[in-house]
Design a binder for this molecule. Structure first.
Ligand code: SAH
Ligand code: SF4
Ligand code: F3S
Length: 442
């Protein structure tokens, strides 16, 4: 079946999982004669793949839709879709608030897209926020790529059952479920065969992965990593995002056993105060988190730790906040993401008293200052060392290439030869605090 719609403008917000979904959507629509274009004016279908995590992220959608109104006036045949987490959270309300929208689809129904596109072509409006049981990726008919970048993401798990009191993910992505090991291994094989050297396994709680294989044997995250590390041409494996509660002893030990597992772990703590962690319903204490990190550092001393923080959670006192700064000093994160608390309708903490914007802003800038001290320190410690750098892409200037160290730091090198996809020994010469520059040593 070919569609009358030919040109898709697809814009993606939010986390890597949305990026992964968007790529799969593009690959599946090619089979229906729909190709991606890079200018919205030049498209006949605009899709926004949206994020609901903080208020700002969700509001962006409506300002974008405001801009598209004019385009639709000029071209009444233009169709507009809102998909992803805002779509799941707001459903029908989106069509009521913005009349130009033709379809609203939650994150679990993308395999129905071809059928839905033919409906909107005949001027039907479609809202689908189901959580069907089938695996949307397996049902998507994807175009196989012969050649890919040297790094790729692979979603192995979706959804969340943790219900942190501030977070919309359990509602927008649904209950925790894992993709079958056979399918994951098959997809990893395809990636490696098309040139991928590094795979990052994705999941909202990636280390909660657990799924029965065809022989009814339970495959947990550690077993899956062991299997994937056996793929000959796969050189590096990473995963994101992990929850402290699912950091099993076996998983921690794996960092000392599997060379392909990179010495980098993104492990959000959110706050350094037990009082706040309790209110956040994180299900772990500061001491428990620190214990995981010390075990990891014992097993792989050079491991880089990254994290997420929320400042200004309801009831957060200056003392609580100081404890968050202390955690940064103890862990010495190689990098970390930090956010002002954003109250989200429907989550338990929405009912708690929000603290002032001024205090949140002050705490955020103070925290970011502290994080950047340790980020710089981490990078400075690499200067003078030789690191294996996987070259991912061209840099801005000619003969420039950009790659990453095992610890995820971006590195710029110069070379006359095409180095993309190679892992090169690079002597790190300089840092500007954000990225490193170095020389290929032979
Ligand atoms: N599953 C991951 C995080 C997913 S959301 C985990 O549990 O670590 C990514 C980050 O957004 C979270 O780690 C948190 O720091 C931030 N976040 C989530 N909800 C938020 C909210 N309501 N306000 C501010 N930041 C939030
Ligand atoms: Fe959100 Fe918490 Fe689940 Fe992470 S673990 S997705 S922060 S509810
Ligand atoms: Fe945003 Fe949904 Fe990801 S809310 S962070 S796009 S799971």
């Amino acid at each position: 079946m070919k569609s009358k719609i030919k040109k898709l403008f697809l814009k993606t917000y939010g986390c890597q999982m949305n990026v992964f979904d968007s790529e799969r959507i593009e690959e599946s629509l090619i089979n229906f004669g729909i190709k991606k274009v890079y200018e919205e004016q030049n498209s006949d279908l605009i899709i926004l793949n949206t994020c609901h995590i903080r208020e700002k992220a969700a509001e962006k959608v409506y300002s974008e839709l405001g801009r598209f109104r004019k385009l639709k006036q000029k071209n009444p045949k233009l169709k507009i879709g809102v998909i992803g987490c805002v779509a799941q959270a707001e459903g029908q309300e989106i069509i009521e608030r913005s009349k130009i929208v033709d379809m609203v689809l939650g994150p679990q129904v993308y395999h129905k897209l071809p059928e839905i596109i033919s409906k909107i072509e005949s001027n039907e409006k479609v809202v689908d926020t189901d959580f069907p049981l089938e695996d949307k990726f397996e049902k998507l008919n994807l175009t196989k790529k012969d050649k890919r970048n040297s790094t790729a993401f692979l979603t192995i798990q979706e959804g969340c059952d943790k219900f942190c009191s501030f977070c919309v993910v359990p509602y927008t992505r649904g209950a925790e479920r894992s993709r079958s090991p056979e399918v994951v291994i098959k997809e990893a094989n395809e990636l490696v065969n098309s040139g991928v050297k590094e795979i990052t396994l994705l999941g909202q709680n990636v280390n909660a992965y657990n799924c029965l294989n065809e022989k009814n044997k339970s495959i947990d995250f550690t077993s899956l990593i062991k299997i994937l590390c056996k793929l000959n041409d796969l050189k590096r494996l990473r995963f994101v995002t992990s929850h402290p509660r699912d950091m099993t002893e076996n998983l921690i030990n794996l960092f000392g056993q599997e060379e392909k597992l990179m010495p980098y772990l993104h492990l959000p703590i959110q706050s350094g105060s037990n009082q706040i962690l309790k209110k956040m319903n994180r299900g772990h204490t500061v001491e428990y988190y620190l214990d995981i990190i010390s075990k990891l550092k014992l097993i792989r001393p050079e491991i880089a730790i990254s994290g997420d923080f929320i400042v200004g959670f309801p009831g957060e006192t200056e003392e609580d906040f100081q404890k968050t700064l202390e955690i940064c000093e103890i862990i010495k994160y190689s990098q970390a993401y930090s956010f002002k608390y954003s109250p989200r309708t429907g989550t338990p903490s929405f009912e708690m008293n929000d603290i002032s914007e001024k205090v949140k802003s002050y705490r955020l800038s103070k925290l970011q200052e502290t994080i950047s001290i340790y980020q710089r320190e981490f990078q400075k410690n690499l200067v003078g060392t030789v690191q294996d750098v996987l070259i991912e892409k061209l840099g801005k200037l000619s003969d420039q290439y950009i790659g990453r160290t095992p610890y995820m730091n971006p590195v710029v090198i110069e070379s006359k030869n095409n180095q993309i996809g190679k892992i090169l020994p690079v002597k790190i010469c300089e840092t500007n605090g954000l990225s490193l520059s170095g020389e290929h040593v032979i």
